[in-house]
Design a protein around this ligand. Sequence first.
Ligand code: ADE
Length: 230
Amino acid sequence: MRIDVLTLFPEMFESPLSHSILKRAKEAGVVDIVLTNIRDFSKDKHKKVDDRPYGGGPGMVMMCQPVFDCFEQVEKLSPDKSRVILLTPQGKPFTQKLAAELAGEKRLIFIAGHYEGFDERIRTGLNAEQISIGDYVLSGGELAAMVIIDAVVRLLPGALGDEGSAEDETFSEVANGGMEYPQYTRPETFQGMKVPDILLSGHHGEIEKWRRQQSLERTRQNRPDLLKNQ
Ligand code: ADE
């Protein structure tokens, strides 16, 4: 998969992309992530990328020209058809289901904005879909892009190495209506806190049952909304 990110702050991506699974996936050739600075495309003599909103109101709006020119250049860098994603708090909610859908694409182009928002013609002119990572407002789209990239890349074949299939894990379970059960590892007792006897019993059927109950209980406590959708 090829991922392009159009951003005013490419440096923000350096650390997340150089650790753990994202690093490994890049090194293994599972994903190619290319960062391009929108500001480099500004034709303004002060490299301006935002301006005041027509009709008045607070804040600044990302201008069309630098984003369109940046997009035009980046799009040409690969022949694959791409899905274009604008990160905004007004977008459709990002979920595990959407992560799986995006993981099936050959190419994604993310546009991360700052300021109060994008000139609407960026969305319409570039045929971009808007995605939000949650009902809160971040100061820019970069962190949202990183969240989505992380969730998508770990689903790509070969990204997790020997660590097992992403399919088995918590969030697929969340997507299916349940949270993961509690996990323990050695030692059996830590600061007086014991691992539940059932997990040491060797009764696989009973362990399975206990885990299902725990998972259901957790979901009931933390995410009752997931159970309502069942
Ligand atoms: N930009 C600002 N807030 C955001 C959010 N919640 N999701 C995606 N992009 C954003």
